[in-house]
Structure formats: structure tokens, C-alpha cells
Design a protein around this ligand. Structure first.
Ligand code: GAL
Length: 386
């Protein structure tokens, strides 16, 4: 869907906000309606105000230390300000307690709508009860918030699809369906407290595990989860590049010291892939023949440069600008008391409810298709040394 479409939809919603009588009070209610699939903001305590400037949107982002969240926060804040909303953008340095305090402060500052990219999706239930009591509408941003009725909407990319793309890329590159060879695989998973990481791993493992069971893929480290549910056993806390590098170094030193080579590494995102590539370089792997297939996600600049240098085979690009556009549209619809646009009312059960969701499509980028990132304006050619 083009940005123009997003713009016009937001303009329509903003028009509705402006058209509301100035006597329109916040259409909040302490009784949280079932926002369900109707996505009817007026039913779930959404803020409806005569003037966007009267609507304060709290934006809680996890950290600045991972590249993508800086883009996410800046873009969404810009869109909301352009639409006339007041905003409070906070980053929590990947500290759960800090994020909870920031959300509490946003509530105390009178936020009408909260957009939260959670650090730990299981830790926010208490503070979101406070938000619900204040009639605040909550949008989970990119990462689902679990264990609470008090999350009204979710906007993200197809997280299971991200993993599937990584798994299918490996199958295609090694021709696993037809090969008579065996290949050494080292799988990684994301942060154990990130609900997305469960979906990323499941999408990839559902593709790859049959080849592990048939013996076509061998995991010399033994770190092959028995099932999707066992993904946290290979999780990397906080998505840390350094932790991923140390883990890969340990595996290389412990299980590849006799001359065996790694053929493929399943990395769920680029921050892990960056550390893994460092470990591979330290063990003497050089780009070219014999260098492992290394996957990633987010099209972080350092990783795209690594792809162009032959140190990473692919990344799954999620154009976070479109996620920001979609959330800005949802905010405008909530503020206008309009029905909130969603396209998935079945997939994301947070343990308390199925959260109405807008899913966006991810896209595989390889060294041969890096131009897509430049043509879309996500990077300039100069950014990538092209
Ligand atoms: C996930 C996000 C990914 C990944 C990771 C680290 O929740 O969906 O894009 O980069 O966090 O931020």
C-alpha cells in the first residue's frame, strides 16, 4: 500500500477529529470494551478529542542500542507531530523497570494513547491496568504484549513469515531437497523475553527441522531445539551482538577444532549476525567459497555493508517506515473515534485475548537486491558505498 494511501486515510481521520464538537470529551470509559475484531475505538476507551494537539501520544521504545528502534521512534514521532498530536518519545535502554517507569510517567502526564514496543512482553500487565483505568488506548508496536486484556491493537510485520523466509533461503541455497551432502548448521534464536523471537524461530525451524531429523543438516554443537517451544534454549538475551559473538566463539572452539567447518548459521536478526560474523572472522573464515550462509533481519546498515562484503548472505527487510505509517493511521482513527484498521483478527492470542492486528509484509534482501533499499529511499547509495 503506498504512502499516499496512508496519508489520505490519516487525513480523513484527522478531518473527523477536527469535525468533532469542541464539547467532545474524551470518549474514554473505565469499562474496556472488547475491541475485538471491530476495532471500534469508541468502544474500547479510545481517546476522541476536538483537537489533535489535545491528544498526547506516549511512544515507548526499547532501546537506542539496536539500530532499527532509532528509526522507528524518530519516524513515528515525526508522523504524529505532522498530524498535530502531542508526543512523548522515550527509550528504556533495554531495561524493563525503566520502561515500566516511563509508561507510568506517560500515564501521569495525561497520555490518551500509548504506543509500546515492549522489552519484555510479559512484564507490562500491571502498568497497562493503570492505563486502562485511565481510559487510555494501547497499541503494541512490533512486539506483542502478553498476559493482559489491556492492549487494544497490535501492529507488526509477519513475524512467522520472517523466520520462514530465513529457513527457505537456506533450503534453496543448499538445495536441501535434492542434495546428497550433509551440512553443519548452527541455529540461534532471539531474546527469550521477546515474543517476536518465538515466531521468528518457529517460522525457520518448521522449515529446517525436517532436514535435521533426516540428517541432511547436522548441528555439531548439539544446540538443536527439540521443538519450536524449546527456542529459548538458544536465545540471546537482549539481542546482544556481543553475546552472540561469544556464543559463536564458544561453539567454534568447542565443536569445530578438529577441522570441521560451519556451513550455515541461522541468525534471526542483524544484531546477532553482526556478532556471529565477528566470531567467524576470528576463527579464520573469509568471504568467498567456504564462508557459511549467514541469515539476518532488519537490513541494518552495518549488515547490508557486510552483505556487500560477502560476510552475510541475506537479511529480511521490514520497512519500518510503513509500520510507523500504519500506527500513525491507527492513532488518528482512535483519536477520531473511528473504527481502527486491522487485517488480522486471529493470529495473535496474547494469553488473555486475540489482539486485533495489522500485519505488514517483510521482504528478503540479498547482495544482488540491495538496490531495493536505495530505490525505496530507505538508504542512499552513499550510505552503502554504492
Ligand atoms: C524484534 C524485532 C526485530 C529484531 C529484534 C531486535 O522484536 O521485531 O526487528 O531486530 O527485535 O530489535
Amino acid at each position: 500500500m503506498s504512502n499516499t494511501t496512508f496519508t489520505w486515510r490519516r487525513v480523513a481521520a484527522m478531518g473527523a477529529v477536527a469535525a468533532l464538537s469542541f464539547g467532545a470529551l474524551t470518549a474514554c470509559s473505565s469499562e474496556r470494551g472488547d475491541s475485538g475484531s471491530t476495532g471500534d475505538a469508541s468502544a474500547d476507551g479510545g481517546a476522541a478529542s476536538a483537537d489533535p494537539g489535545d491528544v498526547l501520544v506516549g511512544i515507548a521504545m526499547p532501546t537506542k542500542s539496536l539500530e532499527r528502534w532509532n528509526r522507528d521512534g524518530a519516524h513515528l514521532e515525526e508522523l504524529l507531530k505532522d498530524d498535530g498530536f502531542s508526543t512523548s518519545l522515550q527509550y528504556a535502554d533495554n531495561k524493563v523497570d525503566q520502561q515500566i517507569s516511563q509508561v507510568e510517567n506517560m500515564i501521569n502526564d495525561g497520555a490518551d494513547i500509548l504506543v509500546v514496543a515492549s522489552i519484555d512482553g510479559t512484564a507490562l500487565a500491571p502498568v497497562l491496568q493503570t492505563a486502562a483505568d485511565a481510559g487510555i488506548t494501547v497499541i503494541a508496536y512490533d512486539r506483542l504484549i502478553n498476559g493482559t486484556d489491556n492492549v487494544d491493537y497490535y501492529a507488526t510485520f509477519d513475524n512467522y513469515g520472517v523466520g520462514q523466509m530465513q529457513g527457505e533461503f537456506i533450503v534453496d541455497q543448499l538445495d536441501l531437497e535434492n542434495t546428497t551432502e550433509t551440512y553443519n548448521l548452527e541455529p540461534f534464536a532471539g531474546s527469550p523475553d521477546d515474543n517476536n523471537a518465538k515466531f521468528f524461530f518457529a517460522g525457520a525451524w518448521d522449515v529446517l527441522q525436517p532436514y535435521v531429523e533426516s540428517g541432511t543438516l547436522v548441528v555439531p554443537s548439539g544446540k538443536a531445539p527439540a521443538s519450536d517451544d524449546d527456542w529459548q534454549s538458544i536465545g540471546i538475551q537482549g539481542w546482544s551482538s556481543d553475546t552472540a559473538q561469544s556464543e559463536m566463539e564458544n561453539r567454534l572452539n568447542s565443536f569445530y577444532s578438529g577441522g570441521e567447518k560451519v556451513d550455515v548459521v541461522l541468525s534471526p536478526n542483524d544484531s546477532l549476525a553482526l556478532g556471529i560474523a565477528q566470531a567467524l572472522a576470528g576463527a579464520g573464515y573469509t568471504p568467498g567459497d567456504g564462508y557459511p550462509i549467514l541469515t539476518g533481519q532488519d537490513a541494518d546498515k552495518a549488515n547490508v555493508l557486510n552483505m556487500l562484503a560477502g560476510k552475510q548472505a541475506m537479511t529480511v527487510w521490514k520497512d519500518t517506515r510503513t509500520l510507523g505509517d500504519q500506527v500513525a493511521t491507527m492513532v488518528s482513527e482512535i483519536a477520531a473515534g473511528q473504527e481502527v484498521t486491522v487485517n488480522d483478527t486471529e493470529s495473535y492470542d496474547n494469553g488473555n485475548k486475540v489482539v486485533p492486528t495489522y500485519l505488514l509484509p517483510p521482504q528478503v534482501i540479498t547482495p544482488d537486491t540491495v538496490n531495493v533499499l536505495v530505490d525505496s529511499g530507505f538508504y542512499t547509495a552513499a550510505d552503502l558505498g554504492l
